[in-house]
Design a protein around this ligand. Structure first.
Ligand code: GLC
Length: 533
């Protein structure tokens, strides 16, 4: 008996990766696991695509807006949220005929933007398969007049252009085949499991290599379903990477919440997913676009926080990207072309906190200072012990003057004027060795703006609770939010923009709020923090 235990302990030590214990058949050593994750960790930048029958509505049905800007979940939820009758939705599916869809152009554009992996919704919560399937007739070949497998052309285009291919598959929620209720807690029927099994087998065996399977909204109580999904992936494509939203800790990496950016000090494999405006699926009324600079700064922040950044597009029903999406992709591509070295294949900052001017990534003998915060013509860097040989701006190779103080493990750098005019300039430090740090001397605290702002994104009703404090609430969640009276806010007061330093909400008042981002909440009520000091 003791011998058996010893062997088990020995095996656990050798193959100690956590998901070894979560599954029966798949055994993988830690080394193999890290090898499998390597391309993904190096990639840092991905693209999400929410596209399907729901795109045809653009967030609106019968004159009512069901998109996120009106407090709803997001445009791709319209079948449920507007409670569209089945026959009406089926009719829309029949007319879903994306004649302008050009997967080769999609992938080309993604590549120009510097994207390293793409994730397309093969089946979202409406249960509609964008691929050819024998599992049910609710798919692009049988239920739409388009009759072309949209996943086939997408996967082929990715393969041809050397893009890592990801598929989103809603395994838990399926309002067509399983249950059209928002908080459905019923057990999963054998018939539904059989459908999922067929879908996944098809996706994993008919299209060649699939690099990522992005499961969503798995509930831990449905371990049987989640485990089945995981095992199918392991059986047909063992190298494929699985999102943690599969449930029951069966995934390979950690997905953060929708639109939640990683916080400083993250460890392991992390993915932050972000929308370009508010909605995931196409929404014609959504004009809350993040600027290209905001998106670039999010990508940069994520890399310094050791997280991948996946940016969402909601293609139009005819298959084209929106002009606003193209503009942003173009800007990110231009920025990455010059600064990609500071993003791809780097490691995040070794420090718990962040400097007020930003943070850093590093690889080999180089450190990249990401200046996404606030700074003047000089910045101070604490905590780096290694000797700095030289420093320059990554985008134009301009030399940067610095003075190192080895006793203090700190140095000062002069930020060239031109660099500070850019959206997130990067300064490279060439070290005499690989990065050595003194963590106590480095930044240990979060910048005040991160400390007090809630990092979750939420759209909902706002109610005053106390001076400077309020809650935001919607059908799914409720968060508390406290303003900092030392910061200045720009307030949208019934259309007039005012600048205030903290403010009191009226007790018992109700306001509509759209709060989208960690550092710079964009809300209907509070539009932007304009001063962080
Ligand atoms: C959510 C939503 C969904 C969207 C997803 C993206 O969980 O249900 O519509 O696909 O987040 O992360």
């Amino acid at each position: 008996m003791r011998g058996i235990c010893f062997i088990l302990v020995y095996l656990c030590c050798c193959f100690g990766h956590t998901h070894l214990f979560a599954q029966e058949a798949f055994i993988e050593s830690k080394t193999d696991f890290h090898e499998r994750m390597q391309w993904w960790a190096d990639a840092r930048f991905g693209m999400f695509l929410h596209w399907g029958v729901y795109s045809s509505y653009g967030g609106e049905w019968n004159g009512t807006d069901y998109g996120k800007e009106t407090g709803g979940p997001s445009a791709e939820w319209i079948y449920l949220k507007a409670d569209i009758p089945k026959v009406e939705y089926e009719n829309t599916a029949w007319h879903f005929n994306p004649i302008k869809y050009d997967a080769t152009a999609w992938v080309k554009r993604a590549k120009q933007a510097g994207v390293k992996y793409m994730i397309l919704t093969a089946k979202h919560h409406d249960g509609f398969a964008l691929f050819n399937t024998q599992a049910s007739e609710w798919n692009i070949m049988d239920a739409s007049k388009h009759k072309k497998d949209l996943i086939r052309s997408y996967v082929d285009a990715c393969h041809h252009q050397g893009m890592h291919v990801g598929l989103y598959y809603s395994h838990e929620k399926d309002w067509y085949h399983r249950c059209k209720i928002h908080r459905d807690t019923s057990s999963v029927s054998e018939a539904y499991k059989a459908l999922v099994r067929t879908h996944l087998k098809e996706l994993l065996t008919n299209y060649g290599t699939i690099d990522v399977l992005w499961f969503d909204m798995g509930m831990n109580r449905h371990r049987d379903l989640n485990l089945m999904c995981q095992q199918l992936v392991r059986e047909y494509q063992p190298q494929c990477i699985i999102s943690s939203r599969i449930g029951n800790h069966l995934g390979d990496y950690k997905n953060l919440g929708d639109r939640e950016l990683a916080m400083p000090g993250c460890k392991g494999y992390i993915e932050s997913i972000m929308t370009m405006h508010l909605n995931w699926g196409f929404d014609k009324n959504d004009s809350e676009w993040k600027t290209a600079n905001e998106v670039i700064s999010m990508l940069s922040r994520c890399a310094t926080r050791n997280s991948n950044f996946v940016l969402n597009l909601g293609p139009q029903p005819d298959g084209r990207f929106a002009p606003e999406e193209n503009v942003r992709l173009q800007a990110i591509g231009e920025w990455l072309e010059k600064n990609g070295e500071a993003i791809y294949s780097t490691k995040g900052s070794p420090f718990q906190g962040e400097y007020h001017w930003g943070s850093l990534t590093h690889k080999k003998h180089r450190v990249y200072l990401h200046l996404f915060g606030s700074y003047g013509d000089e910045i101070k860097v604490n905590g780096i012990v290694s000797r700095v040989k030289k420093a320059w701006c990554l985008h134009n190779h301009e030399k940067v003057d610095f003075q190192q103080n080895p006793e203090e493990a700190s140095f000062n750098l002069k930020v060239p004027l031109k660099a500070s005019a850019l959206p997130c300039p990067i300064i490279v430090l060439e070290l005499a060795e690989t990065l050595q740090v003194n963590k106590e001397k480095g930044p240990i605290d979060l910048p005040p703006v991160l400390k007090h702002l809630h990092r979750k994104s939420i759209t909902g009703r706002i109610t005053a609770t106390e001076a400077l404090g309020f809650t935001i609430e919607n059908d799914n969640e409720k968060i508390k939010f406290k303003l900092n009276d030392k910061l200045k806010y720009r307030i949208n007061d019934k259309g007039t923009i005012r600048q205030v330093s903290g403010f009191h909400l009226q007790e018992e008042s109700e306001y509509k709020v759209v709060y989208t981002d960690v550092e710079e909440p964009k809300v209907n009520f509070i539009t932007k923090i304009i001063d962080r000091k």
